[in-house]
Ligand binder design. Structure first.
Ligand code: ADP
Length: 501
């Protein structure tokens, strides 16, 4: 039996996990940084402990401290949420070594599937179709050129240790190979400490379709259908839905069965997601397995009626899956919008500050998973997601109408959010008719992003320049805070994100 869980995370996902704990009569333990002293997850938890200063590497990423707090508080288990330490096999290992339960897969499964090339090798052996490409890293641009000559341009350079769209570069012609290879390599090195790069054929306008799976430790594996996550910005999901407008029952069964095969081939236990790309002829290819709870899990919850966190906890406690594949029924349609504190009219710059007015939407078919309320401050240190807005309808049209209404009802004052962008997107005919691809945003919005055209060295020089301007302006302003330094600070933050600092 699990009686007390430490949630090694913050924001909306920490609150979401604690809600299930409360329903199950399990005590929740929050950890927090100095920037989050009054955050909603701290207030919601049954107990809360300070980890350290605001930067994540001094707080939410400090393994020893988190384990020490878990033991001190008498927790039996740790839930990592997503991000931070969720896919860190060393963390999972340390949790287990200290006699605690890690709510997720085994450390060795996390390590295996965290290496994209190793995962591709396992899947190929299990006859799971993989995106055409290599299973070994490349060491020279010559190899990349050879690959491109075999499969044709465009090709995609990918970091073996990749995640969050980092270390990924599309190469459309021979003249770009050298530069893109060096960029991908240095981005991979600074983001993951692992510069291995491999190649995939770059599929034109695919759809991102992923399958949610549940697996217990007795070899039972089921799937909970698909989520379509094709609406992406810079390879990062922005809107997700289930079911996919393009997936019919036959394709769902086929992809679902393939995902179950993929889970079994890797010895997977707990909740996981098998990601695929679907091409324009409805062929699907394995992309990767995410070994954790996904940001977008609520859309699956709304159409299956299941609580995925509850399932995770029961599996981690050693229980058998209580449901077979035949018990899984899908009802209606669900869509999720990620609510980021970003300014859509200013290159999606992170927008930090205090939320002085906040009102969440409600009414039929509306769910809000959020980590903030009125008076809270959105810190600069972490991912800028503040909430997830999910709507359910008997069909896609109703889910869309409800989303439009809910977006209009959502009041967040004091910071900029991505909500105006969502509003525009839900008016587009191609979205309404379900004509989606991973290039949707690029094709429907002006994506002229000057920053992406700079090399890393140029970005570093720019960041230094902005720092200097900021410093001199602050000096000149001698004490009063003008708009300008704030804008500059956002620019620096955005540059830093781009150069992985
Ligand atoms: P990460 O682990 O960094 O998130 P993924 O491998 O999951 O990277 O891919 C993220 C997104 O990048 C996909 O959803 C898709 O939009 C795009 N992508 C990845 N591989 C390919 C490919 N071979 N062809 C076309 N698009 C791709």
């Amino acid at each position: 039996m699990i009686k007390k869980i430490l949630i090694a995370n913050r924001g909306e996902i920490a609150v979401r996990i604690m809600r299930t704990c409360r329903e199950m009569g399990i005590h929740s333990v929050a950890v927090y940084s100095e920037a989050d002293q009054t955050a909603r997850h701290v207030v919601y938890a049954d107990e809360a402990y300070l980890l350290g200063p605001a930067p994540a590497n001094e707080s939410y990423l400090v393994i020893d401290k988190i384990i020490e707090i878990a033991k001190k508080s008498g927790a039996d288990a740790i839930h990592p949420g997503y991000g931070f330490l969720a896919e860190n096999p060393i963390f999972a290992q340390r949790v287990e070594e200290n006699g605690l339960i890690f709510i997720g897969p085994k450390p060795k499964t996390i390590a295996l599937l965290g290496d994209k090339m190793a995962a591709r090798q396992i899947m190929e052996k299990a006859n799971v179709p993989i995106v055409p490409g290599m299973k070994e890293p490349i060491s020279s641009t010559q190899e990349a050129l050879q690959f491109a000559q075999e499969v044709g341009f465009p090709i995609l350079l990918k970091a073996a240790a990749g995640g969050g769209g980092k270390g990924m570069r599309v190469v459309r012609q021979e003249s770009e190979i050298e530069e893109m290879f060096l960029r991908a390599q240095s981005e991979a090195q600074s983001a993951f400490g692992d510069k291995r790069i491999y190649l995939e054929k770059y599929l034109e306008k695919p759809r991102h379709i992923e399958i949610q799976i549940l697996a217990d430790r007795y070899g039972n594996v089921i799937h909970l259908g698909e989520r379509e996550c094709s609406i992406q910005r810079r390879h990062q999901k922005v809107i997700e839905e289930s079911p996919s407008p393009i997936v019919d029952e036959a394709l769902r069964n086929k992809m679902g069965q393939t995902a179950v095969t993929a889970a079994k081939a890797s010895g997977y236990v707990n909740a996981g997601t098998v990601e695929f790309l679907l091409d324009q002829d409805n062929n699907f290819y394995f992309l990767e397995v995410n070994t954790r709870l996904q940001v977008e899990h609520p859309v699956t919850e709304l159409i299956t009626g299941l609580d995925l966190v509850r399932e995770q906890i029961l599996i981690a406690a050693g229980e058998k899956l209580s449901l077979g594949q035949e018990d899984i029924q899908f009802h209606g349609h669900a869509i999720e919008c990620r609510i980021y504190a970003e300014d859509p009219d200013n290159e999606f710059m992170p927008s930090v500050g205090t939320i002085f007015n906040y009102r969440e939407p409600g009414g039929p078919g509306v769910r809000v998973d959020s980590g903030f309320s009125r008076g809270d401050t959105v810190p600069i240190y972490y991912d800028p997601i503040i909430a997830k807005l999910i709507t359910w309808g008997q069909n896609r049209d109703q889910a869309i109408s409800r989303m439009k209404r809910a977006l209009d009802e959502y009041v967040i004052h004091g910071i900029q959010t991505i909500i105006p962008f969502h509003r525009r997107l839900f008016e587009l005919k191609d979205f309404v008719t379900g004509n989606l691809s991973t290039h949707f945003i690029q094709e429907h919005f002006d994506q002229s992003n000057e920053l992406e055209r700079f090399s890393e060295e140029e970005l570093q020089a720019l960041a230094a320049l902005v720092c200097a301007v900021d410093y001199s302006e602050k000096k000149r302003a001698s004490g009063f805070i003008s708009q300008k330094p704030i804008q500059n600070w956002k620019m620096i933050q955005r540059y830093c994100q781009l150069i992985n600092r």
